[in-house]
Design a protein around this ligand. Structure first.
Ligand SMILES: [Zn+2]
Length: 422
């Protein structure tokens, strides 16, 4: 780029890689545009899958000096779900860091909410707008350009580095990382570490290392429907259900363990949706259905929570002469947390401080992410990006300065500590 100073030849590898990334901003933006153009909505959401996008990225990597790409393709009812793998050896062959991003995107949703075609990237000052530009092309582009900055400058990575571009993240990873772990165990070594640049916050201070168990319950109470003028002849399911909602607050006391890594630091048990009952005011409802969204700290057994809920139901059944049932609508058990002291976490924190001047903190979140699959398989994983979190929204966007900055963070991690010969 015109006017940009070249770093001196004796500059550190990081300074050279960072300058190279800045000088290639237009190429980062161009790659975002090309990836956006290739619709990679999964077949389960009515899309074509990742084949075209993966084919383009594979060709791009080959044309840009990367080592040969391994393509591992799962099949979902005949639709190919390709996963791409690139590895580069480093100085320390006993260590390997993987950077994992996903190729698939979610559908654009209501097109009326988009200001422009979701699959044609639009540049708006320092912003890029389009489906997938953040989720997860920011990860794809930043990790690819980080590694390219090393390759282009003749910088050997500090340890083995792998890039994984996986399929099917948005609908459970059965044809993505879970499929790779099950069907291609030869890819991974027990000591491997992972960075997943697929979530974060606006200033880059969130390094996600832990997740809570997700447990969604449907609670149904059956009484007896009668005319509202004769309540003594019926059993008001609404009253019984309401009593149940209030009694379920006891879950907060029963499971009151705190873990400061999470925000909020405790398990949460919140009644949310309630189904409509009778349509008229003069009928006592015979059925009541509500739902509870539980986010449970890792280490608290789901069975213990369910047993407590069922115990409360028995009390309400006795008091109101109704029948209660509890169904698990969704359950995703938390993976063991990655310790904040894990090397890959400390590396992210160090590189974020160097590039952005921000102190990133290892934190837990309430939901489940793709990282859980890797943590369940025993790998340390840190989820990190600097982004506004516009994933899945209309007019999804990324900031170009974040693309540049995140690429520098990953390049710094890949370079590692330079040990001077003495
Ligand atoms: Zn994502």
């Amino acid at each position: 780029m015109a006017g940009r100073k070249k770093p001196p030849a004796d500059a550190t590898p990081f300074v050279r890689a960072a300058a190279w990334i800045e000088a290639h901003q237009d190429d980062l933006v161009a790659l975002e545009a090309e990836l956006t153009r290739r619709n990679a909505v999964g077949p389960g959401s009515g899309g074509p899958g990742e084949a075209e996008k993966a084919g383009f990225l594979e060709a791009w990597l080959a044309a840009n000096g990367f080592p040969p790409v391994t393509r591992l393709t799962a099949s979902e009812n005949g639709v190919p779900r390709p996963n791409l793998v690139v590895t580069v050896p480093g100085r320390d062959r006993t260590r390997r860091i993987w950077f994992m991003s996903h190729l698939d995107v979610v559908p654009p949703g209501d097109l009326a909410l988009w200001k422009s075609d979701p699959f044609v990237m639009r540049k708006e000052g320092e912003k890029l707008v389009g489906r997938g530009v953040e989720d997860n092309q920011q990860g794809i582009v930043c990790t690819a350009f980080a590694l390219k900055a090393l390759l282009a400058n003749g910088v050997e990575p500090g340890c083995d580095v792998g890039l994984l571009f996986v399929a099917d993240e948005e609908s459970g990873s059965a044809y993505g990382i879970r499929w790779l772990l099950d069907n291609h165990p030869e890819l991974f070594r027990p000591e491997d570490e992972f960075v997943v640049p697929d979530a974060g916050n606006e200033d880059g201070s969130l390094a996600e290392v832990a997740e809570k168990t997700i447990l969604w319950l449907k609670v149904r109470t059956v009484g007896k429907q009668v005319h509202a003028s004769t309540p003594h002849l019926g059993k008001n399911a609404f009253v019984a259900g309401a009593s149940l909602v209030v009694k379920l607050r006891a879950l907060y006391e029963q499971f009151d363990r705190r873990d400061p890594i999470f925000d909020p630091p405790m398990s949460t048990f919140e009644p949310t949706r309630r189904e409509a009952n009778v349509a008229n005011i003069n009928t006592i409802p015979g059925e009541d259905v509500f739902y509870v969204d539980c986010r449970v700290l890792p280490g608290i057994p789901v069975e213990a929570v369910l047993a407590h809920v069922r115990g409360i139901c028995v009390d309400v059944e006795r008091a109101h002469r109704v029948v209660c049932s509890v169904d698990v609508v969704q359950r995703e058990d938390a993976a063991p947390a990655t310790p904040a002291s894990a090397r890959v976490v400390r590396d992210v924190v160090k590189s974020v401080r160097r590039v952005y001047g921000v102190d990133a903190k290892a934190r837990g979140i309430g939901g489940g992410t793709v990282a859980g699959n890797l943590r369940k398989a025993g790998y340390p994983v840190v989820v990190w990006s600097r982004m506004d979190e516009t994933a899945h929204q209309p007019n999804e966007y990324v900031w170009i300065p974040n693309l540049i900055g995140d690429a520098k963070v990953f390049a710094d991690m890949m370079i590692g500590e330079i040990v001077e010969d003495t």
